[in-house]
Structures are given as C-alpha cells and as structure tokens.
Ligand binder design. Structure first.
Ligand code: ADP
Ligand code: MG
Length: 248
C-alpha cells in the first residue's frame, strides 16, 4: 500500500477529541508529507500524545477527518489493521518483553503480525539491529541494556515491520541525559534515509537540525507551525515565545 509521493502520509482536518467534559483537541489541522519529518512541541497537557494516538486510532476522535496515505481511518469500512501495519510507533516507555532476547523481541511481532517464518524474521531483525548499532546485543535480554539501547531496540522492532512512517512520542524523555544522543542519532539517520516521521519531542536541537516542519501546540490547538529555524528564531505568538524561552 505504498502511496504515490503526492499523497500526504498524514492529513488531519478539524480533529476534535474530548475526555468527558475535557476537550483536549479543539479542531486540529495537521499534515505530514511523504518523506517529511514533522516535530510536534508544546507544554504538557496540550494534546500532543492524543493527536499522535488518533493517527492510528489508539484513540477515537469525536470529529474531523484523518487520512493516512489517503485512507480515511475513521471510515468503518477501512481495514484498520492494514493501516496500522504501515505505521511504526515508538513511545517513551520501550515496552520490550523482559523474558525474551533482543532478537526474539524483534522476531515475535514479525511472525505473529506479518506471518514471516523464523529464518526470514531473524534476518530482518538482525539487519534492523545493525541499523540502530546493536547487532552485538541480539542475544542479550532487555535488562542487560541501558535505557538508550532499549529504546534503540524498540525502534528496530518497529522498523522490522517495514513501516511507511514512524511516530515517536517523547522517545528520549525517560532517558538519562547522556543516553539521549545515541537515540537521536538513530532517528537522525532514519530521517536522512527518507523515513516519514512525526516526532513529539522536547529536543529543540533535534527539531532545528532534522525537522522539515515544527508544530507548536497549546491548549488543544496548533498555535503555530513553520520552518524550525524561523519559528525558533522568530516565534509569532506570545505562547510559542514563552514556551521556547523555557525549553531552550
Ligand atoms: P501532552 O501529550 O501534550 O502532554 P495529552 O494528549 O497526553 O497531552 O493530554 C491532553 C489532555 O488530555 C490532558 O489534560 C490529559 O490529562 C488528558 N487526557 C489524556 N489522556 C486521557 C485519558 N485517557 N483519559 C482522560 N484524560 C486524558
Ligand atoms: Mg504526551
């Protein structure tokens, strides 16, 4: 289902989402072009994770349109599993199986979701561990790895499913500061390979260097978006100005 290049990877219009009486997305328009890296920043509680989770319907939106590679994922006719199989997700928590080796953490989902045989799944797993610089840890268990290494394994696990796009929700927020750089380096190399990426992050250096577009959210709306270098140097809104002053 690789989409033609002119179809956006993600196209969201008028997205609304409430939890009870708390409206956390108040009409969000959001777009990620094929091959683009879009970083989403904003204060805690502004709706960043909810937006990201709506993209593969981990959350059900209340209103609005969500197209993934041109497919309306809110349409009941849509094969959601098929759409989800095109989207790799990486969260703050790595969610590796502690009782499995690193290799088997990558092999298992390929076998159960994609129906790959063990030999092929192992081969794909090894090439993706190589990609994140951890081939030598294939036989280790997650507890033997640093947090940064575990997150790189989680990235490799997502990549092993051959996604068209990768969504990251604060992938470095749970890491000790000295481990952040290796994870960002892996994400940077993915971006340079042309992977489509939506990245919720507080790493402004990464956003400035890697993102094609920076999106600033606050209070359930997109307040501002643009080229990272321009936005960071000259934020248009007072809210963005105040936020960037705090996170710099
Ligand atoms: P961010 O990722 O920007 O910190 P979130 O999308 O996680 O923001 O949360 C936005 C708002 O929605 C917050 O007020 C949060 O408390 C609320 N919220 C998020 N998830 C749930 C949930 N499952 N149930 C109730 N409220 C939620
Ligand atoms: Mg969040």
């Amino acid at each position: 289902m690789t989409a033609p290049v002119d179809v956006p990877a993600i196209e969201i219009q008028g997205l609304r989402k409430s939890y009870g009486s708390n409206e956390v997305l108040k009409g969000v328009d959001f777009r990620v072009g094929a091959g683009e890296v879009v970083c989403v920043v904003g204060p805690s509680g502004s709706g960043k994770s909810t937006l990201l989770r709506c993209v593969n319907r981990l959350e059900e939106a209340d209103a609005g349109q969500i197209l993934v590679e041109g497919v309306d994922i809110r349409d009941p006719e849509t094969d959601l599993n098929r759409v989800r199989s095109r989207i790799g997700m990486v969260f703050q928590q790595f969610n590796l199986f502690p009782h499995l080796t690193v290799l088997d953490n990558l092999v298992l989902p390929q076998r159960s979701v994609m129906g790959r045989g063990r030999a092929q799944a192992s081969e794909v797993a090894m090439s993706n561990l190589e990609r994140v610089g951890l081939a030598e840890k294939a036989k280790a268990h997650p507890a033997q790895l640093s947090g940064g290494q575990q997150q790189r394994v989680a990235i490799a696990r997502a990549l092993a499913m051959d996604p068209d796009m990768m969504l990251f929700d604060e992938p470095t927020s749970a890491l000790d500061p000295e481990l952040v750089g290796d994870v960002l380096a892996v994400m940077k190399s993915l971006a340079s390979e042309g992977m489509t990426m939506m990245v919720v992050t507080h790493e402004m250096g990464f956003a400035r260097e890697v993102a094609d577009k920076l999106v600033f959210m606050d209070g359930g709306v997109v307040v501002e978006e643009g080229l990272p270098s321009e936005m960071l140097a000259h934020p248009q809104s007072e809210r963005a100005r105040a936020f960037f002053a705090r996170v710099h």
